[in-house]
Design a protein around this ligand. Sequence first.
Ligand SMILES: Cc1cc2nc3c(=O)[nH]c(=O)nc-3n(C[C@H](O)[C@H](O)[C@H](O)COP(=O)(O)O)c2cc1C
Length: 202
Amino acid sequence: MSVFAYSFKNRSWDIAAVRFSASGQLLSAIGRKVMEMKTLVVYYTWSNGNTERIARRLAQSCGGDLEALQTAVRYEGSHQDVVEQALEETKKGFTPPLMPLKKKIRDYEVIVIGTPTWWYTMAPAVLSFIRSQDFTGKTVIPFMTNAGWPGHVIKDMTKEIESRGGTVRDPFEVRFDSSGGSQLVTKEREILKWMERIPAIR
Ligand SMILES: Cc1cc2nc3c(=O)[nH]c(=O)nc-3n(C[C@H](O)[C@H](O)[C@H](O)COP(=O)(O)O)c2cc1C
């Protein structure tokens, strides 16, 4: 027989398996405590919704909440205009102002941060987000999407997150086709393997 008890105070489950004899004598009992980690998946997406697609799937698989980053001033013009603007911004380490977040970062123990690759690094909106946070005591999982030139996105994100107190684990790179389109190149089983490592309940 299994017994479950939930503590709202500690946000933990106590799970016990107990065995009784026919006469009702307790034969054995084993138990374990399972902590529930609240997870927030924060992402920025611009070209095709590639990063959003991965973020949504991950939030669903780990039972986490989802928050999309939006710049206060939207990127406008042709794709080429934005590529040129992005080159200047990433060179300077520009941090564009963001629209206010709906979720409170302090309510979560695990923060997943997803970005498209922009000129071999994270998109400026994601740099703004990371630089505006204190990740002390939190586990932070960076992931990025790219078109085949991943550059130093994960390295840059890790440096920024760790300098704000976060513990980085399970970073992941998802590759889409080299035309900058929405065709997935990274193998589905690799993505599933990564997602399975990020359960909301530990
Ligand atoms: C401004 C800009 C810069 C980009 N720079 C790179 C790059 O350096 N390396 C790369 O592999 N892909 C690059 N890409 C392609 C995107 O990273 C890729 O298509 C990504 O999956 C788009 O995600 P999204 O649809 O969520 O915006 C760039 C795209 C844009 C718009």
